[in-house]
Design a protein around this ligand. Structure first.
Ligand SMILES: [Mg+2]
Length: 213
């Protein structure tokens, strides 16, 4: 990971990723032209660092060291407190659709920490394909995707299913203007969650839609 990037720098991005992945689960090697001074406070974010330009032999050494360290920590097994709460209804079949790999990873990881497995696809076309092969209880659907976007996929899903068999569709977008959200719901989405996705919001929505009293 490069340290200097527009919008969100390497340290900010690593801090965001660390909310979902420990150093053992996902090692990050930082690339910097500044040297090691900045590593003091940041060393729990990164597994190692390399100063640019990177010599191939140093890259290889660093990769080997990081992977060795990672193997040492592999057996660690963490349970989040939410996992117990979720156990009563964690049989939900959940599909996540997002064209952004990091968003998919984060959403999948949040669900995993809550005790849910999920399938992941990159666009509306793949959502429709998946639904022809198996059934889902819940779809977390990004609005903006190439090809068939979230609202178009939602309309097609309504055409595919009887009212009672259809999966619940929760739209995901960073665009939270009231009129926009209304247009998502008008396309047939059941609910909406703002991006970036937040664990407690998602947990609450799943409770709202699926908890059986
Ligand atoms: Mg998108």
């Amino acid at each position: 990971m490069d340290m200097q990037m527009p919008m969100m720098d390497g340290e900010q991005l690593a801090a965001e990723i660390r909310k979902y992945y420990s150093v053992e689960e996902l090692p990050i090697i930082v690339l910097s032209s500044i040297g090691t001074g900045l590593m003091n406070d940041a060393d729990r974010l990164f597994s190692s660092y390399l100063t640019k330009p990177v010599a191939p032999s140093r890259l290889l050494n660093t990769l080997v060291n990081v992977i060795d360290d990672q193997k040492g920590g592999e057996s660690k097994n963490q349970f989040s407190p939410n996992q117990k709460q979720a156990s009563a209804f964690n049989k939900l079949r959940i599909l996540i659709a997002d064209d952004n790999e990091l968003n998919l990873m984060v959403a999948g990881k949040i669900l995993e920490q809550m005790g849910y497995a999920s399938d992941r696809v990159y666009d509306g076309n793949e959502v429709i394909e998946k639904l022809h092969k198996q059934s889902y209880d819940l779809i977390l659907m990004d609005i903006e995707m190439p090809g068939i976007n979230g609202t178009e996929a939602t309309k097609r899903i309504h055409g595919m299913f009887d009212k009672n068999d259809r999966p619940i569709i929760i739209g995901l977008s960073g665009n939270v203007a009231r009129a926009e959200i209304q247009s998502y719901l008008d396309s047939g989405m059941d609910d909406f969650l703002p991006k970036p996705l937040n664990e407690s919001d998602l947990f609450q929505k799943i409770e709202d839609w699926f908890e059986q009293d």
